[in-house]
Design a binder for this molecule. Structure first.
Ligand code: BES
Ligand code: MN
Length: 457
């Protein structure tokens, strides 16, 4: 009997067209989790995934309703003595605005050159399909070499508000040896990557209230504190000259970087010029004393994500707005606690907001950072798979983005995640013209085929 590895790879290479068609199908469903008008699309995507699991011969397939968007589960536990791997994915996507900047319809998947363009192509319908199509290749060529459980959520892009409770109340169903999480990317096309750290998040809306209603800025300019000015002053005060965040106590629990880790991060093949290229800024900015890789992966930050106040239409209108609003978030590192950061923000405003305005803080998403073990069986199997496919040892990186479930699984299931996906830095995730590089996507499928086979006892 021929080797299953060969057969499964052969199957994958012979079914590229079919795999791509599935990919286009799921990309065409606008499963935007922030937007209530897309609830039917969210439901359709969940059903699409359940159907995929059915086709793969999975058992106990269920769509679990939650307070918001459903969770899809399925399993196949037929291989005695083999490890059980929990595969995570999220099927929701970010909103598409500004729609005018898309060159093709965000839900009309379009191939241009080597890339497929659509919202969710990289983050992360593409990565979810990598795991599904790798498993299909194994199922069609002799069966799974390991036991698999699937967990797909529809709320990752809004901070996974219901997932923690779901995991806590289904610990037996989700019990596993370790998890794999492909909701991630590579540091560059030539650089296979395993992500071992993710930042946490504490997200807020700040509202500043001034006069009871908008005022003529000539009649009243000079006697009232303009809420937009006040908000700008408060935000400006949140960083000092060294690029450090000034919320009281913000750095108290920040875990420092060891010399070894700094040396390792310094060896990554991306550096300042990579960030200049990817962003188009004239010059980088950040906390002094740290490299760009450290600033994004291992240091906490604070950013305004949105601002709203006053007149923003065409032309000019002389007005003092009655209120101003900012969406503001902090990215956290171990061992910061999002709830404590909320208190720190309140304290900052108590100390710095003047009595001539009123303010309010509404906490939105929050999750702590996570660091994963780099030496377990799963990481070893993935490192070997990446080396087989790319011909070089993978790089280990700390990611600046957040995937709340990785920490949830550590705390609630006591399991580590192998975080490895095939997005690229220029995929425009969360931005117009999101894409997935297709040659990289196919190599990703090969990688997961090797990964599962490497775990065969
Ligand atoms: N897949 C991303 C996280 C990510 C980004 C991993 C870039 C690797 C590279 C994830 O879907 C995401 O965007 N998460 C949100 C989480 C938040 C809403 C809690 C994020 O990081 O902003
Ligand atoms: Mn994602």
């Amino acid at each position: 009997m021929a080797d299953q590895r060969e057969n499964a790879l052969h199957y994958a290479h012979g079914n590229k067209e079919n795999f791509l068609n599935s990919f286009k199908e799921i990309l065409a469903i606008p499963s935007i989790s922030t937007d209530k008008t897309h609830i039917p699309d969210i439901q359709r995507t969940a059903e699409w995934l359940a159907q995929q699991l059915r086709t793969l011969g999975m058992q106990k397939i269920q769509i679990f309703p939650t307070a918001q968007h459903p969770i899809v589960y399925g399993e196949c536990l037929d291989v005695a003595d083999a490890p059980t791997i929990l595969v995570y994915g999220h099927y929701d996507v970010q909103p598409v605005d500004p729609l005018g900047q898309w060159k093709t319809g965000p839900f009309d998947p379009t191939i241009i050159g080597e890339d497929i363009f659509a919202r969710g192509a990289s983050d992360m319908k593409g990565q979810a399909l990598v795991t599904l199509k790798a498993v299909e290749s194994l199922v069609q060529t002799g069966g799974l070499p390991v036991n698999i459980k699937w967990l797909f959520e529809g709320e990752e892009e809004v901070g996974s508000p219901n997932l923690e409770r779901f995991i806590a109340s289904h610990t037996e169903m989700l019990a596993c040896d370790f998890a794999v999480n492909p909701d991630s990317g590579m540091i560059g096309r030539e650089y296979p990557t395993i992500t071992y750290g993710l930042r946490g998040l504490a997200y807020f809306e700040i509202r500043i209230y001034g006069p009871a209603h908008d005022l003529h800025s000539g009649m009243f300019g000079g006697v009232v504190h303009n809420p937009a000015n006040a908000l700008a002053e408060l935000i400006a005060g949140m960083h000092d000259d060294m690029g450090r965040v000034t919320l009281p106590g913000f750095y108290d629990k920040v875990r420092g970087l060891s010399k070894e880790e700094r040396d390792e991060l310094a060896r990554l093949p991306v550096n300042e010029s990579h960030f200049l290229e990817q962003t188009g800024v004239p010059r980088l900015y950040g906390e002094s004393g740290y490299t760009a890789n450290e600033q994004t992966g291992a240091r906490p930050t604070l950013d305004v994500n949105g601002l709203l106040s006053g007149f923003t239409g065409e032309g000019s209108k002389t007005v003092i707005p009655a209120w101003a609003m900012a969406k503001l978030s902090t990215r956290l590192v171990p061992d910061q606690d999002p709830k404590e950061v909320h208190q720190q923000l309140l304290r900052y405003l108590e100390q710095n907001a003047r009595a001539d305005i009123r303010w309010e803080v509404i906490p939105l998403a929050g999750n702590p950072a996570s660091i994963s073990d780099r030496n377990n069986q799963g990481v070893q199997a993935m490192a070997k798979a990446l080396e087989t496919v790319w011909g070089k040892r993978p790089y280990f990186k700390r990611e600046g983005g957040s995937i709340p479930v990785v920490g949830d699984m550590q705390r609630l299931l006591g399991v580590e995640s192998v975080v490895c996906g095939f997005g690229l830095p220029d995929d425009n995730v969360h931005a117009p013209n999101e894409k997935q590089n297709l040659p990289t996507w196919y190599l990703g499928i090969d990688t997961y085929i090797h990964f599962f086979l490497n775990l065969k006892p």
